[in-house]
Design a protein around this ligand. Structure first.
Ligand SMILES: [Zn+2]
Length: 192
């Protein structure tokens, strides 16, 4: 039997996942509500580092974006991404393009959205003000942004009390070996 679903796998080497956090004006909370710490802790269990710009995701003027509408619609994705790219080109100095995580309120139901590759762009993730109780929202959307993990969910966990982070039902507590390896191939990963 394959060990793809091993839940205590350690990535063999250094692996850093780079995320750039932004806050839209229609997000009425002062911070990420614990989603960054949750992602950080779950990845650290597998020897994976989460590198969050700026200042571990604090809300600063640099990463705050003006927006007058109450909800983000699909037609806003491209102009928002353009603004994000402009901010990053001025202020971000990492060696890879980070995955943008935009904390905002959006039109669709659900706690998070990953905008898939459209118009030649890599995805960004939208994180709602109304979070999942388990706070795995950011990590789950990061998974969707990795091509090898993809759009799908993982609903056949052997242990229903220890669901993996790509499950839709909560709480989610694990990352499988194959998913850790897939993060290693993410376009926002730095490693060896
Ligand atoms: Zn999902």
């Amino acid at each position: 039997m394959s060990d793809d679903r091993q839940t205590d796998y350690q990535y063999p080497g250094s692996l850093k996942l780079c995320v750039a956090v932004f806050y839209l004006e229609n997000y009425h909370r002062g911070d990420d509500q614990g989603t960054i710490a949750k992602a950080n802790n779950m990845l650290a269990d597998h020897n994976v580092t989460l590198d969050v710009w700026p200042e571990n995701g604090r809300k600063l003027s640099t990463n705050s974006i003006a927006f007058k509408k109450s909800l983000v619609e699909e037609s806003d994705y491209v102009p928002l991404r353009k603004q994000i790219n402009e901010i990053l080109s001025k202020h971000y100095h990492g060696s890879v393009k980070p995955l943008p995580a935009l904390y905002c309120q959006f039109q669709h139901s659900g706690h998070g959205i990953t905008t898939y590759r459209d118009q030649g762009r890599v995805p960004m993730v939208l994180i709602s003000q109304a979070l999942n109780n388990d706070k795995v929202t950011l990590l789950h959307e990061m998974g969707h942004a990795v091509p090898k993990i993809g759009k799908g969910h993982e609903h056949d966990d052997p242990d229903p009390k220890n669901r993996n982070f790509m499950h839709e039902a909560e709480p989610r507590t694990t990352i499988y070996k194959w998913q850790v390896e897939a993060f290693g191939g993410a376009w926002f990963a730095v490693g060896k």
